[in-house]
Design a binder for this molecule. Structure first.
Ligand SMILES: Cc1cc2nc3c(=O)[nH]c(=O)nc-3n(C[C@H](O)[C@H](O)[C@H](O)COP(=O)(O)OP(=O)(O)OC[C@H]3O[C@@H](n4cnc5c(N)ncnc54)[C@H](O)[C@@H]3O)c2cc1C
Length: 384
């Protein structure tokens, strides 16, 4: 076995399929008895779609998702608005749009593309040993698995990270997030809305995402408000009334509250153990970047491992690890933080004032086109 992966989330399974496609023998050890069905990521950015397309899984998923061609910023109190057409990215990506679908549709597609038996369920990793030749992982049932390299894609719990002795810097964002679902087609009610809108008044905001079956309304809630109060009918109706004048009684088909954390492993490599995805970094959900970044970790790591196994030298893994860490520290986390810190009163005017070049630069950053392939080995190091 060449590579063991802990965790069958979107990152672990993308890595497994990318390695398999490159002829690398891989096994995935997953703690759960099946794939997670939790409602989490919904936003796929263009370079992620390019990656999933290169793995042959996007074409089958695409008809069930929502293509978002335009982003809207709108002041609900003044009517001022700005919009950005993601088509300006054509030529840089095969998919110049955002795509919305729950991540739990991606993982079964990745699993189905892998050879049967690649993923072992009920196989939570509990111990790790490494030597000069390889890594041995032990799972809860006492069985052991050995390979030349192991990758922790086991999410925020970070079991492999801790077993490998890698520390993490963590903090909580002050606010939590209230997510409200409605089946009402908001395009009929919000001028200029396509599939993604940021609605503002002078002191707050509401993000609006069109999903295949419903719309998500995303509100921030203050630390002192309990989850129970946040999800009370009266509170939800007041929030809706503020950002959707005249629609306070719109149908609501569900709601939940989640906390948002920031975390970063201090290293992405300890010998033959590597980290990718939530095991390596967590960000606020604003901008929908963390899973996308994890998939970019996976694609660049697969190319690096191919080059290493072809005799490129272990230093390539250091290059990959430091490049991805640098990207998270200096692009992913600050970019997300800047979006969290947006001034509601001024954002629409700021977006409306962008020149075409500035709008294009904004779209490239928001779509992660500038950072997706950071860490991939140079062409001469990588086998196609
Ligand atoms: C509400 C919400 C909305 C979000 N929206 C977006 C978005 O729009 N766009 C975006 O990019 N990101 C978004 N995210 C983040 C995204 O969901 C995560 O970044 C993504 O799930 C990370 O994938 P992963 O494979 O690294 O980890 P996970 O999805 O957490 O998968 C880890 C897997 O490892 C398994 N595991 C755990 N411990 C062990 C062990 N010891 N041994 C073996 N297996 C183990 C787990 O069971 C799990 O299956 C959102 C998150 C939330 C909560």
């Amino acid at each position: 076995m060449d590579v063991l992966i802990a965790g069958a989330g979107p990152v672990g399974l993308t890595l497994a399929l990318a390695l398999h496609r490159k002829g690398i023998a891989v096994r995935v050890l997953e703690k759960r008895e099946g794939l997670s069905l939790a409602s989490r990521a919904s936003t796929f950015h263009p370079p992620t779609l390019d990656a999933l397309d290169s793995l042959g899984v996007f074409a089958g998923l695409r008809p069930g998702g929502v293509q978002v061609d335009r982003i809207l910023w709108r002041r609900v109190d003044t009517g001022d608005a700005a919009s950005l057409d993601l088509g300006i990215l054509a030529g840089e990506t095969g998919f110049p749009f955002r795509w919305h679908r729950e991540q739990h549709w991606l993982t079964p597609a990745l699993l189905a593309a892998l050879p049967p038996g690649t993923v072992c369920f009920n196989a939570g990793v509990v111990a790790l040993e490494q030597d000069a030749q390889g890594v041995t992982l032990r799972t809860e049932d006492g069985s052991t698995h050995r390979a030349r390299y192991a990758v922790g894609c086991d999410g925020a719990s970070g079991a492999v990270r801790q077993l490998a002795g890698i520390a993490a810097e963590t903090s909580d964002y002050a606010h939590r997030v209230l997510r409200v679902l409605t089946p009402l087609d908001l395009r009929d009610h919000v001028p200029g809305l396509d599939g993604l809108g940021y609605l503002y008044d002078a002191s707050g905001s509401c993000s609006v995402l069109r999903m295949p079956q419903n719309w998500r309304l995303i509100f921030r809630i203050a630390p002192e408000m309990t989850d129970g109060v946040a999800m009370e009918e009266a509170h939800i109706r007041a929030r809706i009334a503020r950002f959707f004048p005249g629609l306070a009684d719109m149908p609501v088909s569900g709601c939940d509250v989640y906390g948002v954390r920031k975390a970063m492993a201090v290293a992405y490599r300890a010998g033959r153990v590597l980290l990718a995805g939530d095991a390596a970094h967590l960000t606020n959900t604003r901008g929908g970047m963390n899973m996308n970044a994890g998939i970019h970790d996976a694609m660049t790591l697969a190319a690096t491992l191919r080059a290493v196994l072809d005799g490129g030298g272990d230093a390539l893994l250091d290059d990959w690890a430091s490049a991805r860490l640098h990207t998270v520290r200096h692009a992913l986390l600050p970019r997300t933080d800047a979006r969290v810190a947006t001034d509601p009163a001024g954002e629409v005017a700021r977006m409306a004032a962008l020149s075409p070049e500035q709008a294009r630069a904004w779209a490239r950053e928001a779509s992660m086109l500038d950072i997706a392939s950071v860490g991939a080995p140079k062409l001469e190091d990588a086998r196609p």
